[in-house]
Design a protein around this ligand. Structure first.
Ligand code: CUA
Length: 319
């Protein structure tokens, strides 16, 4: 980690693409800035008061010149539009095999939870050469998770999940910032990203787990599922008819709102909303009976419950 440099390290698959499009934009800016500035200088000197320049028959307009300054900027703008869109979509869409790590922002620290059970604060360990997807949220105000060396930056917003993904290409330690002013110690909300060889990373995930007892998030989530009385209705229940959650995660769910029927994908956001705002998207064929858990379940517990529902989602629907 260098102390100071003009351009940060380039340590992810997207970094060079972002740099290239940025350099292209800067090159165009520099070209037109100097072209216009030099012309201003030239005309200012040539036609200054008292200079015996030819001022007769000044042309009032020129069709070819006007076409040129309409068409050329149009082409440049379109090239930039298509190019940045390609990079944007690449950066927004995590590959399906990306592994998930959860990040919760809080005044003034980053809390990171790995599904395997390991937790860290203001540090993020990731494996080299493997796509990693971060699911971010905040438990107070808006923060912004920023890793310059990876060229990624996403807001952590209270009440919703945002996503970022990257694939690290260089083992090393990189800076991590909060890039959204979030109060007195905003500037102290910094940390380190450690890119490790996948073998070392696996070892790190399990390190000390014998004595400190890392419990996978899904297992903790299952306990919470019982503790918060979710199991009372969402498992075999004689009293209340609630949808079973096995095989739900990642699949399409039919929802009903009055007479209207629609479909949603049961992702992290949908599960979160179903817990906090259960009446907003009720599964078709069920009564809106579930009470809201708004302000009753901390962000970190929500993530564990989601991890649990995800873990039973892989099993598929069993009859
Ligand atoms: Cu958190 Cu700035």
């Amino acid at each position: 980690m260098r102390e100071f440099s003009l351009i940060p390290d380039s340590a992810s698959t997207i970094a060079s693409r972002v740099d290239l499009v940025t350099l292209f934009a800067i090159a165009i800016i520099v070209f037109f800035l100097s072209f216009i500035a030099l012309n201003v200088l030239y005309f200012a000197v040539r036609y200054r008061r008292g200079n015996p320049a030819d001022r007769e028959n000044a042309p009032s307009h020129n069709d070819r010149l006007e076409m040129l300054w309409i068409v050329v900027p149009l082409i440049i703008a379109m090239v930039l539009f298509v190019w940045t869109s390609i990079v944007f979509f690449l950066q927004s869409d995590p590959p399906p095999d990306a592994s998930t790590i959860y990040v919760v922002g809080k005044q003034w620290m980053w809390k990171v939870a790995h599904p395997e059970g390991k937790k860290e604060i203001n540090e993020l360990h990731v494996p080299l050469g493997r796509p990693v997807r971060l699911v971010l949220t905040s438990q107070d105000v808006i923060h912004d998770f920023y890793i310059p060396a990876f060229r990624v930056k996403v807001d952590a917003v209270p009440g919703r999940y945002t996503e970022m993904w990257f694939e690290a290409t260089k083992v090393g330690t990189y800076r991590l910032f909060c890039a959204e002013y979030c109060g007195t110690y905003h500037s102290g909300m910094i940390g380190q990203v450690k890119v490790m060889d996948p073998v070392d990373y696996e070892a790190w995930l399990r390190e000390n787990s014998a004595d400190t007892g890392y419990v996978p998030m899904a297992a903790e989530g299952e306990k919470l599922f019982v503790q918060y009385h979710c199991a009372g209705c969402h498992r075999e229940s004689q009293v209340v008819k609630a949808p079973r959650l096995e095989g739900v995660y990642g699949h399409t769910v039919p929802i009903q709102n009055g007479k209207e029927v629609g479909f949603v994908i049961a992702d992290d956001r949908y599960i979160r909303d179903s817990i906090l705002l259960p009446k907003s998207q009720v599964v078709a064929g069920y009564e809106p009976l579930m009470p809201s858990y708004n302000d009753q379940i901390p962000e970190e517990d929500l993530l564990k419950i989601i991890e649990y529902i995800k873990s039973i989602g892989a099993k598929g629907v069993t009859e």
